[in-house]
Design a protein around this ligand. Structure first.
Ligand SMILES: [Zn+2]
Ligand SMILES: [Zn+2]
Ligand SMILES: [Zn+2]
Length: 274
């Protein structure tokens, strides 16, 4: 059983700075290491220690919480940024012993297709384990991939925390879960803290790529849907921030707008009781 969550990273899969980015967003982070950000991951504390997502920053993310022994890894989906730390469990690194890997069947099949990850199974570094417990409930959400499905997690306890780092659009997700507004969905599943996909601030953020190929609801759009926070509303904490997202700057107009409306931007090291 877990009783506390630590936010071990608030950035999108590639972190900040991102390889090859010479814009201000990443040049700033190269000049000042305080601005480095890890890809999204959660530390789960309790009788044992688990994580949600296993990123390329695993080593420093475990260090953030005192390097506890890892007992299980939960995966929302298998986009590289969410699984690339798996290699650190192998014999060249941690050489773990039967760490439980909790993921959907299609994610498991996808992982098994790759010789590098398959070795981890052969060598018993990891062991596929049941996806879903009484207190961690996977909820399927639409997110681009032909190869595997994507889930959000509802972590239940004193607080019910919904973790949803990646989904394609509110129209698809809301239709899929049968609600008209994100808040109706959050209330229906009794989530009082929501760690929510905040990848992009708006639709003009990617300069060198077609942003339509990287679908995520923008924070701007989410704010329009949820409006200002009412007392009974859950906390919404935006996470999975792309390197280009102005929410990386706590004093930006965009960060101030989120705060003024009563919502929050995820900060690494943030803790939530469950
Ligand atoms: Zn992602
Ligand atoms: Zn950048
Ligand atoms: Zn993804």
């Amino acid at each position: 059983m877990y009783n506390k969550i630590t936010l071990l990273g608030n950035a999108q899969d590639a972190g900040r700075p991102q390889a090859g980015c010479t814009q201000k967003c990443c040049e700033d982070a190269r000049k000042d290491y305080h601005l480095l950000r890890n890809p999204v991951s959660l530390g789960l504390h309790g009788d044992s220690f688990g994580i949600v997502e296993i990123t390329k920053s695993l080593t420093s993310q475990l260090s953030m919480v005192g390097n506890p022994e890892l007992s299980e890894v939960w995966l929302t989906h298998a986009h590289l940024g969410h699984i690339e730390g798996l290699g650190q469990l192998g014999k060249e690194a941690l050489n773990s012993r039967e760490i439980k890997l909790r993921c959907s069947e299609s994610v498991m099949e996808y992982i098994l297709k790759h010789p590098i990850w398959e070795k981890l199974i052969d060598r018993k570094n990891i062991l596929f384990s049941k996806f879903g417990t009484n207190s961690i409930i996977p909820l399927k959400v639409p997110h681009r991939s032909k190869d595997f499905d994507t889930h959000a997690f509802l972590l239940k306890g004193k607080n019910n925390v919904l973790f949803i780092p990646d989904h394609d659009s509110w129209s698809e997700t809301l239709e899929f879960v049968g609600h008209k507004n994100p808040l109706d969905w959050f209330n229906d599943i009794e989530a009082n803290i929501v760690l929510l996909d905040g990848t992009f601030w708006d639709k003009r953020e990617l300069k060198n790529r077609n942003q339509a190929n990287v679908p995520h609801p923008t924070v701007n759009e989410t704010l329009e849907l949820v409006g200002e926070k009412n007392e009974e509303d859950p906390r919404i904490v935006f996470i999975h921030l792309n390197h280009t997202n102005p929410l990386h700057y706590p004093n930006s107009a965009e960060s101030l707008k989120v705060k003024q409306m009563g919502w929050e931007v995820g900060v690494e090291g943030m803790e939530f009781e469950i």
